[in-house]
Design a protein around this ligand. Sequence first.
Ligand code: MET
Ligand code: ZN
Length: 345
Amino acid sequence: MVLKGLEPSLIVSDFLAKCGGYAVVDGGFATELERHGQDLNDPLWSAKCLISSPHLVRRVHLDYLDAGANVILTASYQATIQGFEAKGLSREEAEILIKRSVEIACEARQIYHDRCTKDSWDFLDNGNIARRPVLVAASVGSYGAYLADGSEYSGNYGDSVTLETLKDFHRRRVQILAESGADLIAFETIPNKLEAQAYAELLKEEGIDIPAWFSFTSKDGINVVSGDSIQECASIADSCKQVVAVGINCTPPRFIHGLILSIRKVTDKPVIIYPNSGETYDAVNKKWVKSTGVADEDFVSYVGKWREAGASLFGGCCRTTPNTIRAIAKNLFDKSSLTLSKDDV
Ligand code: MET
Ligand SMILES: [Zn+2]
């Protein structure tokens, strides 16, 4: 994509316009690696596959592109220099793997476009065809994801972790990803305000010249998981020039509508939504379990409602699959059906 040099906000508005006003984000990445037989019970989680199965990483990206994704997220969510070093890799090897995560996603996009299957073309209203726009978003998971102790879902890092700790932890990886050829950086599953502040300061201090999105996670539909206010968190994203979209991921679908309304109160930036399947992560047993209480309807049937509430980018997070993404794409772009039956998923 020829994006460099454009104002960050123009990059996303131009991209959304080319996509037809709304864009489709990919779905659960680690989930899909597991479906392909990978055991991700490891401190590196999905990033383990950058070492052991890069071909599978590329394959999963391709599956999401085939399903209709306009944005694919790299396998770098839990790929950290510190995490790779703990596995005995050198710093240089760790940096190469982080960069490689972006290269693999770019390769997948290239393969996808080169195939020129009918799915890779969009028919425009004027009868012309255009190549479907695809952005590669370099994923950055939280400090809690690196700890791999479930604290990405509590946002509770304890008093010893300060703004500076978080900035120092993330600094080098963000620099590498910014220079890797990715179109943007996706700060995902942000559990608290402190980490959002750290990201915003890093983007500024390091003069990062590609755009970013900030995506928070919530377990009550009111606050982010730490209990910090979603509006305060979204305001940090709003004041950061490099941030081109703000939203929510890895959060049960039933909470999304209210969170979009809260975010819209403090920012006009595009809102991105990619919920999980509604199950809950049990950090002790490292398993996803069905929520008790009211069962979630499949979230694809909510997409129309989220769009009305003001969201512009839609995808899925943990436990969602290419089928979920296919159904979202159909929901957004098949003008004749605004709501999908559950059979579509
Ligand atoms: C815990 S949220 C994980 C987000 C990451 N992009 C993935 O789908 O694997
Ligand atoms: Zn997730």
